[in-house]
Design a protein around this ligand. Structure first.
Ligand SMILES: [Ca+2]
Length: 387
């Protein structure tokens, strides 16, 4: 059986759960990770860059350990992106990820920083910034063949759209970890961190979904628009906050702590911090690596060619979604970054935000399968290498 492999650009702010998502994607046989584009977010862009480099070098070490060789031209491009949100002030999550964004691993052990100095390639470099790299890759690939997975604030994605909306529309879909829909926020009562960290960018990206139809007709209409050099509506998928996708302390101790591979060593170095913080801040003994959970969502969507028809039932069996006219609050004093939609029902006489033609059409995931995620994630990133 041939495996359907999809090109994926990961936009990310590592970040602990970002690092876990990176490892999951780098090891996944269905994914060809063509770029890792970096944004401010969990910590500042300099720390984010160092962390991404560390993850990619640890992945190089993992390949050496497993005696796998990947030619340099097949390694992902690493592109540095925006240091600040479009309009808002920077918001960091160092209380959760540590000042360095990785649970203060560098101050405890210089090994992690020294890895990048070994002089061996772990990624491809570019002079382009993140938004330009995204556009460059979309322009030079078949239309609707590259997916974007965005697991940080959406600044780079919004910039790519603003710089060239026609080329941006060539992306097959953009799958986003973000927003709190029908649930409280995490960084404020109303808002989830990634949407709150750049609400203007998040709203711009939601707006790219206007006119999207997830059907064979919708797919063909997108292709036609692209062929005519026109802007095509974007398939925007949002995985909002939920309590699903958790890894328990027991699973961590059983499946991760004993793992002595390069990937296991790094994850253990930062997860010690994470479980302490979860216990101290939230009085919970579980970790919800939302970014990795969203990476699984993308992998489950790969069998969909973009026309709403899944060849495998992984998505249909494990995820439930609704299409919402979703917007993001950009001006609120108490509600900045809030996910807003009309939950009074669709059959009202007046459209929710005044103009029915202007409705967004965002696919929002309302249910997943947390235990399945924990099993798949732990098996694919850690179990293969337990010695
Ligand atoms: Ca993230």
């Amino acid at each position: 059986m041939t495996i359907t492999k999809e090109s994926v650009i990961l936009d990310t702010d590592p970040g602990i759960d970002d690092a876990l998502a990176m490892f999951y994607l780098l090891m996944n046989p269905k994914v060809k990770l063509t770029a890792v584009t970096l944004t401010h977010g969990n910590t500042n862009i300099d720390h984010v860059k160092r962390n991404a480099e560390t993850v990619l070098h640890v992945m190089r070490k993992q390949r050496e350990y497993l005696k796998q060789e990947v030619p340099v031209e097949e390694l992902p491009v690493l592109a540095i992106g925006s240091a600040t949100p479009l309009k808002a002030n920077n918001l960091f999550a160092t209380y959760f990820h540590g000042v360095d964004g990785m649970g203060d691993i560098y101050s405890k052990n210089s090994y992690w920083e020294d890895l990048a100095r070994e002089g061996k390639p772990a990624y491809q470099t570019t002079e382009r910034d993140a938004a330009d790299e995204i556009l460059h890759q979309l322009k030079h690939a078949d239309p609707l063949s590259i997916s974007i997975l965005a697991v940080g604030p959406l600044t780079n994605i919004a910039l790519a759209y603003q710089r060239d909306p026609v080329t941006f529309g060539r992306a097959k879909r953009v799958v986003i970890m973000g927003g709190a829909v029908d649930a409280p926020g995490n960084v404020t009562p109303m808002a989830e961190f990634n949407f709150r960290a750049d609400p203007d960018a998040a709203d711009i990206v939601m707006n790219t979904s206007k006119g999207f139809k997830h059907s064979p007709e919708g797919y063909n209409a997108r292709l036609e628009l692209i062929e005519q050099g026109k802007q095509a509506p974007m398939h925007v998928v949002v995985l909002p906050l939920s309590s699903e996708g958790a890894i328990s302390k027991e699973e961590y101790q059983e499946k991760i702590v004993p793992v002595k591979t390069p990937v296991g060593e790094l994850c253990n170095a930062f997860l010690v911090w994470t479980f302490e913080v979860c216990s101290k801040l939230y009085n919970i003994e579980t970790l919800c690596p939302y970014d990795a959970y969203t990476a699984l969502l993308l992998v489950d969507m790969i069998s969909d060619k973009g026309d709403g028809k899944n060849e495998s039932s992984d998505f249909d069996q494990n995820w439930e979604s609704r299409y919402l006219d979703l917007h993001v609050e950009t001006k609120g004093e108490y509600t900045l970054g809030m996910s807003c939609y009309d939950n009074r029902g669709w059959d009202l006489d007046t459209p929710a935000w005044g103009d029915e033609q202007a409705s967004n059409h965002v696919q929002v995931i309302v249910r997943g399968n947390g235990p399945r995620f924990a099993r798949i994630f732990l098996d694919s990133v850690f179990a293969v290498s337990v010695q």
